[in-house]
Write a protein that binds this ligand. Sequence first.
Ligand code: GH3
Ligand code: MG
Length: 326
Amino acid sequence: MKILIIDDNPHHAELAAVKLSKEGWDVQTLDFIEASLALNDFDFILLDYSMPRISGIELLKKIKELEIRTPIIFLTGQGNEMIASEAIKLGAFDYVVKDTKLIYLDRLPNVIREAKSKHELIETNRFLIQELRKANDRLQKLTLTDEMTSLYNYRFLKSQLEAEIRRAERYQKPLSICLIDVDFFKSINDQYGHPIGDEALRRVSKVLLESVRNVDFVGRYAGDEFLVIFPNTQLSDAIRLCERILKSIQLEQIQADGKCLTISLSIGVTDYHSARRNSVENLIEAADRCLYLAKEGGRNRVEASLRVVGSAHSVSPPQPTDSAQA
Ligand code: GH3
Ligand code: MG
């Protein structure tokens, strides 16, 4: 164990050093802190209160400002308990009252041993609390996100949408949402296998995240269905954004069996005012009706509440092209 004694009285410092060295500890004495001294390298610092150039309290403040983690045991004279309590408030780990007959020296090794066990316990607790926080964060992430795509999951989307509906209502702000479904996704799975299907879902997630603003919420609603919440967004703006998503997804090329596969999406968009009902279920139902129309209308298109938008070209199940031609 490495101990630093800071005491302007060389006699006292030396006596304490001799006492503690007998315990097999590595002890260094100083009458002032040298700026270059690596205080964190010590396991304990014994700091004397009464020093002529700077009081122990001032020195303690300076050490704490430097964010030194080494525990400090404050040495005060008899009758200076008020100062000792101030030192504890300022972050000293413990204090020892020096008596004129220097009997405290006999107690010092035990005081340090006890302080060491206490300090180790505190450090272990600190470490455990940090680990617990990290585990909680991971757990929270797991309960709010979809493992495969890392997007928000249904549970999060539902509670966020509830909150956004309340906000839209209260502040009279627009609110739009869209439901997105991959076209002929079953045949991607059937023809190329689930891993390629999974890759397709991750590509959709990537495109969605790249296309929306960071105030929007993108989540995996179910299987190959995604939900995006656009807070404070008019239906017309949400439609434009969805059309951009349709274009972007077509640029994604997925390698499968030496072929290059592209995918398309159908999107149903609605907004809080079109749904005219203030519930999550009604809003999602309205978006789902639009999504159904998009599928019925030939897929690869956007359909919105109250009007039909988007290019009206039909698509057939994904046809791969040779990678070489892509
Ligand atoms: P449509 O154009 O009408 O949407 O046809 P579709 O083939 O895409 O039909 P649907 O949307 O009903 O297909 C969903 C499929 O998604 C069914 C299910 O096997 C598959 N699926 C659901 N979750 C996953 C997943 O995590 N990974 C993979 N690879 N497939 C999934
Ligand atoms: Mg689908």
